[in-house]
Design a protein around this ligand. Structure first.
Ligand SMILES: [Zn+2]
Ligand SMILES: [Zn+2]
Length: 167
């Protein structure tokens, strides 16, 4: 079942990279994630692969209990503490992200792309578009620096309507 899941929808300039999460499973994305995991010195264990695969496949924010439920429906079992630990590791490596609005976890659709990964969330259909924009990061860093603050990371989510729902 290899289909293109992440759809490149916008490259307005070289700084902006954006993908929209979709409901189709993309085996290449999983292979890339596993490669990144291993390059950081972590084993691609079966439970880690399962969590990555389910997030990629479902294409929407899931809680650890949601992930456990999907696994259970397939006759598989992972303790929810194990799922939490796996998600904490995957988030640290930027392979998954915790959504600010829902608290659910999503598979990163940008993988190793530089810059802080952020999201646009459609209020109507729930579509999530992930993007990274180094110029935006630079501007925000400057803004913070003027207030004497040193920024290490930016988290942000835009809420509104996606291009399809606006039509
Ligand atoms: Zn990401
Ligand atoms: Zn929408």
């Amino acid at each position: 079942m290899t289909r293109i899941a992440a759809r490149l929808f916008l490259i307005a300039n070289c700084n902006i990279v954006a993908f929209s999460l979709s409901f189709k499973y993309n085996a290449a994305m999983i292979r890339d994630s596993i490669r990144i995991l291993q390059a950081q010195g972590y084993k691609a264990t079966k439970p880690r692969k399962l969590v990555l695969e389910i997030l990629e496949e479902m294409g929407k924010p899931l809680s650890p209990y949601d992930i456990q439920g999907v696994l259970r429906a397939r006759g598989k079992y992972l303790n929810h503490v194990t799922i939490y630990r796996i998600l904490a590791l995957l988030c640290r490596l930027n392979l998954t992200h915790k959504m600010l609005s829902s608290g659910g976890f999503v598979k990163c659709s940008l993988n190793a792309i530089e810059g802080c990964h952020r999201f646009m969330v459609c209020q109507q259909c729930g579509t999530i578009q992930e993007f990274a924009d180094k110029e935006l990061c630079r501007e925000e860093n400057e803004f913070a620096q003027n207030l004497g603050f040193y920024t290490e990371h930016h988290l942000s989510e835009f809420s509104g309507l996606c291009s399809r729902c606006r039509k």
